[in-house]
Structures are given as C-alpha cells and as structure tokens.
Design a protein around this ligand. Structure first.
Ligand SMILES: Nc1ncnc2c1ncn2[C@@H]1O[C@H](COP(=O)(O)OP(=O)(O)O)[C@@H](O)[C@H]1O
Ligand SMILES: [Mg+2]
Length: 366
C-alpha cells in the first residue's frame, strides 16, 4: 500500500450561512489519480481551493506528507495547478511561459533550458517553443499550461475542469494525454470535473460530491456497480430505478416485489435493507433485455412494457418503454443494446417483455 500523500480531516467551509463544504474527511494516496465529481455547486472547487491554500477553512485540517499546511501559503505546499482558462501569460512565448515557475524558484539558466525542452517533449509540442499563446489552438494552450505546471515537478497536481472549454474530440484526446503523463510521472493528481464519463475514464478513485458532502468514495466500478444511494446510481451512467419492496434477505441478495408481484432477486450491498422495507431497484439500460416472444413469461426477473420511442445513437440503440406490469403503469424504463438490424423490427406501441438478471440488479435503500 502506497503512502498517504494528502490527508483532509473534518475540513469545512461556509459562505455566510451557506455550507459550501460540510465537514469532510478524505485521504489521497501517493501517485493516485483522484477525481472530485459532482453537479455544479456541489463544492468541488471549494474543496480544491482549500487543498491549494487559496481559501481558508472554517474547521478541519489539510496535511501534505503528514505536515499540517492548513494555514500555510499556497507556494509552500509543493502543489501545481491547472484551471479551465489556461492562464498563460500572453506577452511571453511558450518557452518563457514554461520557464517562469523555474525562474521563480531560482533554477539556473542551463537547467531551465533543459527542463523546458523536456516539458515540451512530454506534451508533444517541442515545435511551438517560440510562439505566443494566441498563436496556439485551445488544446495546445491547455497542453502548455499542463507543461508549465509539470515543469517544476510538484508532488501534487490539482486540476479544476481543465478540459471544460475544449470540444469533445479534443477533450477525449487530452484525457488520454493526461492519463499517459500521470502514468509516466507517477504524480498525485486531484482532478475536478462534472463529467461522469471523464471521471470514469481517468480516475483510480472517484469522490462523488452532492450539496457539499461526499455521496460516495470508491473506484469507478464501486460507484457504477455498487452505488450506495439513488443519487449515485442516477449520476453515474443511465439507470432505471424501479420502486420495490424487500421481501426477504439472504447475505447480499434480497428477494423483491415490484407493484406487489414477486420479481426474483437483486444484489444488496446496503445493510439497512430489511424485509418489508422500501427500495429502488437499479437496472442499467444495457442489462434490460427485450424479448418479443412470450417464452420468458414465467421468469421472475421480467416485466411487460409498451414501446414509446426508439433512438439510434450511433453504436447503441435505445428503446424507451412504459411499464405495464408489474410496475405501476406510467413508470418509464430505458433498454439499450448495440445497434443491429434486429432493431428495425420494433414498432412504437408494441407490447414487449423485458427481462434481466438478478446479478445485474442492485437494491438501494430509499
Ligand atoms: N465566494 C463565494 N461566496 C459565496 N458563495 C460561494 C462562493 N464560492 C462558492 N460559493 C457557493 O458554494 C457552492 C459550491 O461552490 P463550488 O465549490 O464552486 O461548486 P462546484 O465547483 O462543485 O461547482 C455554490 O453554491 C457556490 O455558489
Ligand atoms: Mg467548480
């Protein structure tokens, strides 16, 4: 197990009466890529600013390598920062921009030249050293901002929505670049985004925030397959969340009823789910299978639904349906499958059977 790089203990921040960050604990391990994910206003930038020393907390502490830096100045923290607006100096060339943090640290001219060249190599842009920021594309400027941050080898890098201003194709490319650089340098990174796909692509662990608190902290797979509450299930990827009652419990499996009808079993990772209690049953669209025939009529994990819409989103086809039985009429569900010619057989208004597997289904306490 790697050493703890960053420790946050009981850290909180309010603006007047408004709690931007409730008391929060978080450990980040040496070399880890940890992402703060959450909707706008959930407290991501607030937490990052407290780590950076750009704001002071109302309670709690920030430890880097075991040293309390809560009230220390930002430059004492050995932290690098990259933001959405690249903040390159417009009157300096690319090479001068990257050299700047080294000059601030009194690195001599020879070593500075060498390290600037290395940093430009790292972001695959050695040929733009003599240009000014305005002569670069948005993606190139963001890579230079990254190089300028990496050049003095901070032991932690904080990034706040660094790809937010880029178009989708460039963003996808830059995600791979950031991942590669992280792998090559082994730097500890705390990254902020509101984009769940970006968080899943990049992170060792995701810290999902909601209204100033941690909703769940874990690997992308933990949050995707084992959400602890409805907020998490809803935020990460699409999901159907059906109202159900718990009938029985055996270890991490529960028997469930939807609309009063026994619907087989679901996985249950939450100890609070007890027979008689209410739950939401999470089924991901790709785990909801459509069957036009009646051969599965006797299957417990199934339901009857009417097709209301079909959407072909390139590689995936989505079927929008209204549950007929056993879920209350009107409950909307989505099923998805890789696009194929069979998709053409479905007709709007048609009644279909949907089936799923207990192992792909998670019961979440209401
Ligand atoms: N300087 C400030 N004064 C008052 N309220 C603020 C200030 N900074 C942030 N907030 C509020 O705190 C909440 C969390 O903000 P922020 O951490 O920026 O969210 P996020 O980065 O997740 O979008 C928001 O509701 C925001 O309006
Ligand atoms: Mg923010």
């Amino acid at each position: 197990m790697a050493a703890t790089k960053l420790t946050i203990q009981g850290l909180s921040k309010r603006y007047g009466d408004f709690v931007a960050l409730a008391p929060t604990d978080l450990d980040v391990v040496q070399g880890e890529f940890l992402t703060l994910l959450g909707p706008s206003g959930s407290g991501k930038t607030t937490l990052l600013s407290l780590i950076a020393g750009l704001a002071h907390p109302d309670s709690g502490s920030v430890l880097i390598n075991g040293t309390d830096v809560t009230y220390g100045a930002p430059y004492e923290r050995d932290i690098g920062m990259v933001f959405q607006n690249y903040a390159l100096f417009p009157h300096m060339t690319v090479a001068e921009n990257i050299a700047f943090p080294l000059q601030m640290r009194k690195v001599d001219a020879g070593a500075t030249r060498k390290r600037v060249a290395e940093a430009l190599e790292m972001v695959h842009l050695p040929h733009v050293a003599g240009r000014y920021p305005r002569e670069l594309s948005g993606g190139q400027q963001q890579r230079i901002a990254l190089a300028r941050c990496m050049v003095y080898r901070p032991s932690i890098i904080l990034m706040d929505e660094p790809l937010g201003a880029l178009d989708k194709k460039l963003r996808d490319h830059m995600q791979l670049e950031i991942k590669r650089i992280h792998r090559d340098l082994g730097t500890t990174i705390v990254y902020v985004t509101h984009d769940q796909e970006e968080a899943m692509t990049l992170s060792d662990r995701i810290c999902l925030m909601n209204a100033g608190s941690i909703a769940q902290l874990g690997t992308p797979a933990d949050l995707y397959f084992r959400p602890k509450n409805v907020f998490v299930a809803d935020f990460l990827g699409e999901s159907n969340l059906l109202v159900a009652t718990v009938e029985s419990r055996e270890d991490d499996r529960v028997g469930i009823a939807i609309g009063g009808r026994h619907c087989g079993h679901a996985m249950a990772y939450d100890g609070s789910l007890r027979p008689g209690g209410k739950a939401r049953i999470m089924i991901r669209p790709q785990n909801l299978h459509v069957d036009a025939s009646d051969t599965i009529a006797d299957r417990a994990e199934s339901m009857q639904a009417r097709l209301t819409d079909i959407m072909v989103t390139g590689g995936m086809t989505k079927l929008y349906l209204q549950a007929l039985e056993p879920a209350n009429g009107g409950t909307e569900v989505v099923a998805a499958f890789p696009t194929n010619r069979l998709g053409e057989q479905y007709q709007i208004g048609q009644a279909l059977r949907l089936r799923w597997s207990a192992s792909d289904t998670v019961a979440i306490a209401e």
